[in-house]
Design a protein around this ligand. Structure first.
Ligand code: GAL
Length: 662
């Protein structure tokens, strides 16, 4: 057994040797060494190779793979292989297949075709884990256990009868009595009152809109159920393979919000995640930065592992955009800048067959005489030079609050506007701060807010009294708090807080709203400070706050759109429309300045600056996302170019620098 390498930023990826002839394996290891790979995640989808028939385990091939990797000094992140059961499993136990909202079975033939609530699945998964842990717990290549893969990616929510029974058990534990459930779900509405838990079903397709609290609880149940699957494997691994860290790879990108990663984060020995650029976004790299900051929040501020990303194009978007020369390095450094200590890729060798054969890899189909391979080798070399950064923390004076459960509630149907999505304005704020060179932590409302100078509460639709009190306390203490539209509207049961919106934050902000007037798609409203808003307006009364800007036209000319109230040593701002990007930047610049927060560096447009700080020093990451050469005032030693920078860091088009500073 070895420890996860800490003398460098670890570099590697998923290795699926079962897809290739055995004769190729030694060449794989030699090429890994050439590229500077120092870890491999092995066996993620290998269940049907490890247990080809029920109860018959074949692990000789994996012995060989691990021995080869050990000889090559490559640490192994050993998967438990439980992400996808073999065909014999679903053939034998058809009741373990997941079922969608319309009652359609999701059949085997892809991957992850198992019901999250299935005890039969758990039993078989744990049997495999036991075999692996018993056999490999003291293998010298083993450095980490990788449980399952991207929980929930394809099999949540499941609406089958097994899930229905498990949901009722979960509800009984939560509410104890059916009266309590009726109250929490507001079942006086539309004759939905239950007389027994036996009558409760998953929120399957209904003739019209279902009960939103029912749906919210089902989302909570789904996340908890899969977390139980994870902890069952983790606990067995801790028992049979003590001392080896256990993780499962999250999907913290914003297009995936099925699990409450704040609950999951504290159950990991180390948090790991996957990230893929979304080609359809206006600025995919802004989303990358947000997701990295969120992952750090999920990890409690500690360094985390980027266990998968792509060297170039993926295969599952409508158009799979290839990365430009240099972009893989810049994207990788963006993750490291924001707290990643490991750079993993899907996958080592591009597949020859199967659904992912057009997905990029470290080793492309065309082989080593390729631009991609040369960039892979360069990244391997750079990763090795970044050892001193490992273990250091990211500095931030700004918090953006994020809550998966608020998101689930916010995106229920039959709300004022189907155009409003949870996360929209959080990303707007984050992008504005990033453009200003200001780093934000994306954290849960219950996290400690005491160190932040700016606290942003972006569309926190659902909010507990405690969270609202913590936000108010931050303002009292001196923080500048910005609350945006559709926050604090409901309690934890998704019941409206009466007396005017935004209920939970009304007193703090000194404003109240009597009605929402959302805008049609494409409709722009002017504000009297020359900025514009889209998506949202509301009939706001600023009884105890200063009006900073008003709507100049639209449905509510003259009504307050942006307000500010002095609170204790700080201030509380309310924003009642979705500002255009320039206006959002100006607003964040004002807040940052008033709050006495500082930018990491004075950067030109399109350049990202983030600082990591540790006992051994401080490292300034500068990433040039533009096609021009830029110059940033800075002094230090550039770990990438390996030379000193005195006064000005010059970054070529798309170039990056990591400066060690005093
Ligand atoms: C991830 C998954 C990998 C691979 C990759 C392709 O979701 O964990 O196994 O499928 O996506 O982008």
């Amino acid at each position: 057994m070895r420890t996860w390498p800490v003398d460098r930023v670890s570099f590697g990826g998923d290795y699926n040797p079962e897809q290739w002839p055995q004769e190729l394996w030694p060449a794989d290891v030699a090429l890994m060494q050439e590229a500077g790979v120092n870890f491999a995640t092995v066996g993620v989808f290998a269940w049907s190779w490890l247990e080809p028939e029920p109860g018959r385990f074949e692990m000789g091939w994996l012995d060989q793979v691990l021995d080869l990797l050990q000889e090559g000094d490559i640490a192994v992140d050993l998967a438990t292989g439980t992400a996808s059961p073999p065909p014999w499993f679903s053939h034998r136990y058809p009741d373990t297949l997941p079922v969608d909202v319309d009652g359609r079975t999701l059949w085997p033939g892809g991957r992850q075709a198992w019901c999250p609530s299935s005890p039969v699945f758990t039993e078989h998964a744990l049997r495999l884990v036991e075999q692996l842990a018993t056999r490999y717990h003291d293998h010298p290549a083993l450095a980490m256990w990788h449980v399952s893969n991207e929980y929930a990616c394809h099999n949540l929510p499941c609406y089958c009868d097994v899930s229905a029974a498990a949901f009722r058990t979960w509800l009984t534990a939560r509410y104890h009595s059916i009266e309590a459930l009726n109250k929490a779900w507001g079942t006086a509405f539309w004759s939905q009152r239950y007389s027994s838990f036996d009558e409760v079903l998953p929120p399957r397709r209904t003739p019209t809109i279902g009960n939103p609290t029912h749906a919210l609880d089902f989302a909570r149940f789904g996340s908890d159920t899969l977390l139980d699957q994870f902890t069952a494997e983790r606990d067995l691994l801790h028992r049979l393979s003590p001392g080896v860290p256990v993780t499962t790879n999250f999907m913290t990108s914003d297009h995936f919000r099925l699990l409450d990663y704040h609950k999951w984060g504290s159950e990991q020995d180390v948090v790991s995640t996957d990230h893929y650029l979304m080609g359809a976004l206006d600025d995919p790299e802004a989303e990358l930065s947000f997701t990295a900051d969120l992952t750090r929040g999920v990890a409690g501020g500690r360094p985390w592992l980027l266990i998968e990303h792509s060297t170039s194009a993926v295969n599952w978007q409508p158009v799979n955009v290839a990365k430009a020369p240099g972009q893989m390095l810049r994207n990788s450094l963006a993750h490291v800048a924001r707290g990643a200590d490991t750079l993993g890729f899907f996958q080592w060798r591009a597949s020859r067959a199967g659904a992912e054969k057009f997905h990029s890899a470290l080793l492309p189909h065309a082989g080593t005489d390729t631009r991609l391979w040369r960039e892979v080798c360069e990244l391997g070399a750079v990763s090795a030079r970044l050892g001193e950064v490992v273990g250091s923390r990211v500095e931030s004076q700004v918090a953006i609050l994020w809550d998966y459960q608020a998101g689930w509630a916010c995106e229920q149907p039959a709300h004022p506007s189907g155009e409003l999505e949870y996360g929209q304005v959080a990303h707007d704020v984050h992008a504005a701060l990033r453009a200003l060179g200001v780093t934000a932590d994306v954290v849960h409302p219950d996290d400690d807010l005491s160190a932040y100078r700016v606290v942003v509460v972006p569309t926190l639709y659902l909010c507990s009294d405690e969270s609202a009190a913590a936000v108010a306390a931050a303002a009292e203490r001196g923080a500048h708090v910005l609350v945006t539209y559709f926050s604090g509207i409901v309690d934890g049961n998704d019941h409206i807080r009466l007396g005017g919106y935004p209920g939970a934050f009304r007193d703090l902000l000194g404003v109240w709203s009597e009605e929402f007037l959302p805008l049609r798609p494409g409709r722009v409203v002017a504000l009297d400070d020359d900025s514009t808003g889209t998506l949202w307006t509301e009939h706001l009364h600023a009884d105890d706050a200063t009006v900073v800007a008003r709507y100049a036209d639209g449905p509510l000319p003259g009504v307050a759109a942006l307000t500010r109230r002095d609170v204790g040593a700080g201030a509380a701002w309310y924003l009642a429309t979705r500002l255009d990007p320039a206006a959002m930047r100006n607003l964040m610049a004002e807040l940052v300045e008033e709050a006495g927060a500082t930018a990491t560096a004075d950067v030109p447009a399109g350049v990202e600056a983030v600082r990591r700080v540790g006992e051994g020093g401080s490292w300034l990451f500068l990433l040039n996302h533009t096609d021009e050469e830029v110059s940033v005032p800075a002094t230090g030693y550039d770990l990438i170019a390996q030379h000193s920078v005195d006064g000005a860091a010059r970054l070529g088009p798309g170039g990056s620098a990591v400066l060690r500073q005093a």
